[in-house]
Design a binder for this molecule. Sequence first.
Ligand SMILES: Cc1cc2nc3c(=O)[nH]c(=O)nc-3n(C[C@H](O)[C@H](O)[C@H](O)COP(=O)(O)O)c2cc1C
Length: 172
Amino acid sequence: MKIFDSVATKLDIREFSDKEVPKDIKLRVLEAARLSSSGINSQHWRFILVQSKEGLKKLAEDSTTGKWVANSNFAVMVLTNPKYNFHLIDAGRVAQNMQLVAWEEGVASCVFTGIKEELLRKDFNIPNDLYPAIVVGFGYPKRKIKGRKNRKPIDELVFIEKYGNKFDRDKL
Ligand SMILES: Cc1cc2nc3c(=O)[nH]c(=O)nc-3n(C[C@H](O)[C@H](O)[C@H](O)COP(=O)(O)O)c2cc1C
């Protein structure tokens, strides 16, 4: 799959089948995380792979907006260091890279950011200097994915040269 097609077709999916994601795909997703770029190449992030049923259940319990993760096949928690003012940008980029690489292999995913921080920290032994920025849950989709993305049109989002200048395909 071309990268553009992966971006264009990936939807955030919250319902997963029971089918196991093979080891090599899991490793590929983790490699995508490791190989991502971070501000000043600080690689301040650390990742927790959660793949046991109990771990995924706990992760769901410790979330406010990610209960669906209990039924994922595995999840990756992205921890970032808030001393870098760009740490959340790094978290978003690494999450997206993992999602796109997974989707290239037919593995769907979704992210969540709503957490019960104190509980999550305790349950997953998260050190104080790292912040649980985002969690990505992965698995094969439960149903066939169909439907289009619900996105604003390009001319509502893009301006040319200065904010307010109307986008025009003929001017590209
Ligand atoms: C930064 C960020 C935070 C998100 N947080 C949550 C979340 O807490 N829980 C959740 O179920 N989905 C979360 N999502 C998923 C979004 O709801 C989803 O990307 C958006 O609705 C577009 O979905 P689509 O790509 O399937 O059209 C988050 C997405 C992003 C990019």
